[in-house]
Design a binder for this molecule. Sequence first.
Ligand SMILES: [Cu+2]
Length: 345
Amino acid sequence: MKNSLLAAMAATLLIIGNFTACSNDHSKQQASASTDQTAQAGANTAYICPMNCEDGKLYDQPGKCPVCNMNLEATQRTDASAEPHFFIDLKTTPSIPDAGKPGMMSLTPKKHGAENTPLALDLVHEKKMHLIVVSDDLSWFEHIHPEYQASGSYDIKLLGSNDKFTNGRGATELRFDNGGRYWAFVDYKPSGGKNQVDKIEINVAGKPAPGVAFDKEKSTAKAGGYEIMLKAGKDGAAPVTGEEQHLVFTFQKNGKPIDPSVFDNYLGEKGHLVLIERDSKAYVHAHTKISKDMLGFHATFEKPGVYRLWLQFQNQGISHTTDFAVVVTEGKSSGNKATHENHNH
Ligand SMILES: [Cu+2]
């Protein structure tokens, strides 16, 4: 059970983002400053890694792939409207779940224009659907895997406050102990399509928990006897938008450094990271970059803000979830790129 959970976490991280491809505003601005013809070329030309390290990620400007460092190649941007748009039809029973009371949540992947046809999903690192649920203040986090039903939906049980998790927390069930607003991030890949991350608001009836205000960096966490330290930024500078940033975690136990390469290995991953921005709830993808004695990730932030991070790792069969926060400020090289976490084009 734990194995598949961690494998799935790996999947969540391996999934590659596509923010840059969404910078339509940016293209339009460029276009208005040029002649019609150049505007046309500017809007349609994009740059992509020749090795396709980032699963189809397109850049507006030539440059180097942040993963393999090869020069990006020019390519034609396909018309977004020509690509199929997928979505998750999320239904709960009752339609507004009650905190502390049992219920169901059902997520059905669908394609626009073919809503009644079951949509097949590809298995991505052992799971067809990865579900991250957070409270609106980002103090509460769950990463679970809804189970496929013959009807074509992926279901999870909502537990009552007295119910025990069948397979432990973080497997296939959710328990809303408090009312309020929550956000679901559904990570899935339709067969023949690109990876999708859909953000869906969920409102739960009941008394909300007192909110937690995350407004400053949180760079340490403890779990399972480990002390984990986060260093975020680049070349010793604090994290900024617009260029790849490094997120480096180091581990200690009883004051002694621990090399994370001793951790359980699932599909080549030693740790898995989810990042969500506090106000916009933008979901950021991070990619692992493992070096000796530390667990590193790289991510590009499109917008300044306070980002919450959840690092999940496993050692000797026990999984740990730890949480952090980083404050990202506007970088020099950042444009006015829009962050869309729920479409691919
Ligand atoms: Cu997952």
